[in-house]
Design a protein around this ligand. Structure first.
Ligand code: HH2
Length: 303
C-alpha cells in the first residue's frame, strides 16, 4: 500500500465499493453515472426524454456509451423550477424505472420525495440520489427501512429557489465537509450502513463561482469523511462562466476538464450528461495517470 496514494488518502477500508439494492458496485475505478432527465424543464436537456419511450431509449443509449449507473430524475432542481406534485413525478419516473430494471445496470432515482423513493425502490431501483440529503424525516425512514439501497447525500443549503442567497461561507470546503459529516452521521444513527452512502459536495448548489472553484481545488479534503465522493459538474453554469458565457449545450469541453479535475481530487463517481465523451476522457486518464496502488482492491484504480 502506498501511503501517499491519492486514492487511499483518508478513505476507510470499506470505501472501495458502493452497496446498492441489487449491485455491490466496485469503486476500484471511476464510475460514470449517466443522467436521464424525464422533465420538460431541466437546465440543459429539458424535454428531450419526456415520455417513457424516449427516456428508455436514452437509458439504452447511455449504457452503450459506457454508463455504469443511470440516474433518472422527474423534477428539475434549477433555481426557479416549479415544484412537481408527487403523482406527476411518479407518472414520469416510475414507468422508466420499471422499464429499465431489466437492463442489468444500477438504477438511481434523483428525488427528494419519500413517496417516490418508496415506489421506485419497490419497483427495483437501486439508489436514491437526493439533492436534499434525506432531510425529510420520512425520506430517511424509507431508506432506513430498506436493507441495502444505496444513497447519495448532496450538500445544498436551503432550497433551489433560495440557495444562492445562502451562498455565504467563511471557508466553503471546511463548512461543506462539516455539513456532509453531519448528514452521514445522521444516516449512521438511523442504522443505514456506511457502505450504502456516498457524498456529493453539490457543485452549483448554493455556491458562487469562487466557492465552486475553491471546493473543486480543495475537494481532496472531503476524502477524510471516509465515504466515496460523487460529483455533478456536467454542463453546470460555473462552466459557462469560466468559458466566456457558453450556453449549456456548448459546455462539453469544459465539462470534461472539470470531470478530470474532480477525479484528480478523488471523485469516484461522475454524474454526467455526455457519457461517451467522459468515458473516453477517463480511458486516456487511466492510461497516463501516475501509477498508484489501490488499497481497496490491491491493484491500480481503473484497471
Ligand atoms: N445536479 C443536478 C441534479 N441532481 N444530483 C447530485 N447528486 N449532484 C448534482 O450535482 C446534481 C444532482 C442538476 O443537473 P440536471 O439534473 O442536469 O438538471 P436539472 O436539475 O435542471 O434537471
Amino acid at each position: 500500500m502506498v501511503t501517499n496514494d491519492p486514492w487511499a488518502t483518508g478513505r476507510t477500508a470499506d470505501a472501495g465499493h458502493w452497496q446498492t439494492a441489487r449491485f455491490r458496485l466496485s469503486l476500484d475505478r471511476v464510475r460514470v453515472m449517466g443522467i436521464v432527465n424525464v422533465t420538460p424543464d431541466s437546465f440543459s436537456d429539458g424535454g428531450q426524454s419526456l415520455d417513457t419511450g424516449a427516456a428508455l431509449q436514452r437509458c439504452e443509449a447511455l449504457m452503450k456509451e459506457g454508463a455504469d449507473i443511470l440516474d433518472i430524475g422527474g423534477e428539475s432542481t434549477r433555481p426557479g423550477a416549479p415544484s412537481v406534485p408527487v403523482d406527476e413525478e411518479l407518472r414520469r419516473v416510475l414507468p422508466v424505472v420499471r422499464g429499465a430494471v431489466s437492463l442489468n445496470v444500477p438504477l438511481s432515482v434523483d428525488t427528494s420525495k419519500p413517496e417516490v423513493m418508496r415506489a421506485v425502490l419497490d419497483a427495483g431501483a437501486d439508489i436514491v440520489n437526493d439533492v436534499r440529503a434525506l432531510r425529510d424525516p420520512q425520506a430517511l425512514a424509507v431508506l432506513a427501512a430498506h436493507a441495502t439501497a444505496g444513497v447519495c447525500l448532496m450538500h445544498m443549503p436551503g432550497e433551489p429557489a433560495t440557495m444562492q442567497s445562502m451562498a455565504v461561507y467563511d471557508d466553503v470546503t471546511r463548512e461543506v465537509g462539516q455539513a456532509l459529516a453531519a448528514m452521514a452521521a445522521r444516516l449512521r444513527q438511523a442504522g443505514i450502513a456506511a457502505e450504502r452512502v456516498v457524498l456529493d459536495p453539490g457543485y452549483g448548489f448554493g455556491k458562487t463561482l469562487d466557492h465552486n472553484c475553491q471546493l473543486l481545488r480543495e475537494q481532496r479534503q472531503l476524502l477524510a469523511l471516509g465515504h466515496p465522493l460523487l460529483v455533478g459538474l456536467s454542463r453546470k453554469s460555473m462552466l459557462g462562466a469560466l468559458t466566456g458565457g457558453r450556453a449549456a449545450p456548448e459546455r462539453l469541453a469544459a465539462s470534461i476538464a472539470a470531470a478530470l479535475a474532480a477525479v484528480d481530487a478523488g471523485a469516484l463517481v461522475l454524474r454526467v450528461h455526455d457519457v461517451q465523451a467522459t468515458v473516453d476522457a477517463l480511458s486516456v486518464w487511466r492510461a497516463v495517470r501516475p501509477a498508484a496502488v489501490s488499497p481497496v482492491a490491491g491493484r491500480r484504480p481503473g484497471d
